[in-house]
Design a binder for this molecule. Structure first.
Ligand SMILES: [Ca+2]
Ligand SMILES: [Ca+2]
Length: 449
């Protein structure tokens, strides 16, 4: 059976904005339905920009042969190796005798450069300097952004304002926080109606072709409370709410992105936790219904709280969550922590001997701008409190743990021929401090940081 349904969804997702650490870094590959029922079916998955992203196991050329053996499932999930190089990698699925058009999809790796935006409106009263007004009467008054309740627009094109002048897409922000007050409206059927929009593909917050998210407060009796909507080319889908009376109207709103999830908190209450990874990055702003709703905005902050300055802890034997957030939840393996770390992160490593992997080519590879500190007991709250001479932290390339430094160099009794070639690989702007490095073989490095 060679049905067309398989032809339309052979590579999923269709398009994805991803960052190096943002799941899901994988593609689902479907062969046309049923084609491998009776015989093997071979396809080739290629990336046109393997330096950006490529199928795992494909090698530097970005080409991976996939065999769907007879009778086995006609769907495979192929992990992607996503680099730290920004760009778009387009994937194509090639078949030896295609019964469907070539299937293709793409992954965009966003720039790692953090584009953060914040504004506390400390400028003089007048037009907001860092914002772009699409509709309505917005101004800075007494160090706040204020929407004047009078408006002459049709309600469908309500007052809208976008961060940035000109509007700037906020790629990389994983946290949006703002104080917002919806002051009482004139009492129409819609009541107070307004809120935020984010991850918009277009800076204009209303209209017929919008794509992105909005979170709104509305007082209307039949759907009072918070709404969470996703718009796809102007078609709106409710993905959260209405909350009715479950939550009061808060004045501190916060949106965070955690992998595929988007969470919305108001005054500290978790209002929405929605799995939706359709949009990331894009434009941010505020809007209100044109019925006399007035807004008062302050302390706008869009940032990636995890992008830099994060402290990740590593401690052998740790059995907690393994996310590095505390000594209890430390990474037990330094190599795993390094894989999870980003530019600007600090790694604190408790005493012990750490090896980089199982191969002679294994190495502790520090990315640009990472700092690695050893010499911790595994309890310290500050970096200054560590003591490297008391809490020896060793990076070792002695994979078999059998080195005997008392034998002369070149003597097989040193047992160093199986050791790693390079124990540590540094980049520009990396820091390594408080470690003893032993057991490299290629250059016999013995750095005492
Ligand atoms: Ca202010
Ligand atoms: Ca050895």
């Amino acid at each position: 059976m060679h049905g067309t349904p398989g032809c339309t969804s052979r590579l999923q997702p269709a398009f994805s904005e991803q960052r190096p650490w943002y799941p899901p870094n994988s593609l689902a590959v479907n062969v046309p339905f049923g084609v491998n029922d009776a015989q093997d079916y071979d396809v080739v998955l290629t990336s046109n920009a393997p330096e950006v992203a490529r199928p795992a196991g494909s090698g530097p050329e970005g080409t991976l042969a996939l065999r769907f053996s007879a009778g086995e499932p006609s769907r495979k999930v192929v992990p992607l190796e996503v680099s730290r190089t920004p760009g778009i990698a387009r994937f194509e699925l090639l078949e030896p005798s295609p019964s469907c058009p070539v299937a293709s999809t793409a992954v965009e790796v966003l720039s790692r450069r953090l584009i953060s935006f914040q504004d506390d409106f400390s400028e003089a009263n007048g037009p907001p300097a860092n914002w772009t007004v699409t509709n309505g009467s917005w101004s800075v008054k007494n160090e706040k952004l204020v929407l004047d309740p009078s408006c002459n627009d049709p309600p469908s094109a309500g007052p809208t304002i976008c961060a940035g002048n000109p509007p700037v897409p906020i790629h990389g922000a994983r946290m949006i926080s703002t104080s917002i007050r919806l002051t009482n409206s004139t009492g129409g059927h819609e009541g107070r109606t307004g809120g935020i929009f984010f991850c918009f593909r277009d800076p204009v917050g209303t209209g017929s072709a919008i794509s992105g998210y909005s979170i709104t407060w509305i007082d209307r009796p039949e759907d009072r409370g918070y709404w969470f909507d996703r718009a796809d080319g102007g078609t709106s889908t409710r993905i959260g709410g209405p909350t009715f009376s479950s939550f009061p109207l808060g004045t501190k709103w916060e949106v965070t992105f955690d992998g595929p999830n988007i969470r919305f908190r108001a005054d500290g209450n978790l209002v929405f936790d929605v799995a939706d990874s359709t949009y990331r990055g894009g434009y941010f702003g505020y809007w209100a219904y044109c019925n006399g709703t007035a807004l008062e905005i302050d302390d706008v902050k869009l940032a990636d709280p995890y992008a830099s300055g994060r402290i990740l802890r590593v401690r052998q034997g740790a059995t907690g969550a393994g996310n590095g957030a505390s000594w209890a939840d430390a990474y037990p393996e330094l190599s795993v922590a390094l894989g999870a770390a980003n530019e600007g992160d600090e790694l604190w490593v408790a005493s012990g001997t750490y090896t980089p992997g199982t191969l002679r080519s294994s190495t502790f590879r520090l990315q640009d701008g990472m700092a690695l500190y050893g010499g911790f007991a595994g309890t310290e709250a500050k970096r200054d409190l560590r003591n490297p001479s008391e809490h020896r932290t060793v990076l070792s390339g002695d994979l078999a743990g059998d080195d005997d430094a008392s034998a002369p160099p070149g003597d097989p009794r040193r047992h160093d021929s199986e050791n790693c070639l390079h124990v540590v690989t540094l980049q520009n702007g990396t820091a390594l401090d408080g470690f003893k490095v032993i057991g490299g073989y290629a250059d016999g490095e013995a750095v005492d940081g």
